[in-house]
Design a binder for this molecule. Structure first.
Ligand SMILES: [Zn+2]
Length: 154
């Protein structure tokens, strides 16, 4: 797969998120485009009420492999909602960390909070289509979904 020469802004609601390859800051909202000075988002994979997933490139590794960014919004004014969403997010990070290396399950690369959003970084599994990836990797922010996916992988 040819590398996509683009920088995609991660700011929720950014008016023009597509930026040229050379940009370091979003031309539209001014946000820094590299996540953790390292991960360059290049295109969105999916979105929902809780957040978004993006295809990204890891700029710190010589052959610049693809990875997947999951972004969880923390801007909902409901404190209960934010608490629950954060909890589920960390549960998922712990679960992915525990699963470790498996050919069908993306390895957890990092999880952290930045600019009032939570991020999960996962390995990109080559061979899948973007659609399969975005379905498989979509944020599982409900108890039912968490249970279902736990059952599926055990
Ligand atoms: Zn922007």
């Amino acid at each position: 797969m040819a590398k996509i020469a683009m920088n995609y802004c991660l700011t929720p609601g950014c008016f023009k998120p597509c930026n040229p390859d050379s940009a370091r800051f979003c031309y539209s909202c001014g946000a820094k485009l590299l996540l953790k000075e390292r991960y360059r988002p290049i295109q969105p994979l999916g979105s929902g009420g809780f957040g978004k997933t993006f295809l990204a490139v890891d700029e710190d590794i010589p052959d610049k492999p693809y990875c997947v960014i999951k972004q969880l919004y923390l801007e909902n004014p409901d404190i209960g909602f934010r608490k629950k969403a954060t909890e589920l997010f960390y549960q998922e990070a712990v679960r992915l960390g525990e699963l470790g290396k498996h050919p069908q399950i993306p390895t957890l690369l990092a999880h952290f909070q930045q600019n009032r959003q939570l991020y999960l970084l996962q390995e990109w599994i080559a061979g899948d289509t973007l659609q399969q990836q975005s379905r498989a990797l979509w944020l599982q922010c409900s108890d039912a979904n968490l249970r279902r996916s736990r059952w599926r992988v055990s």
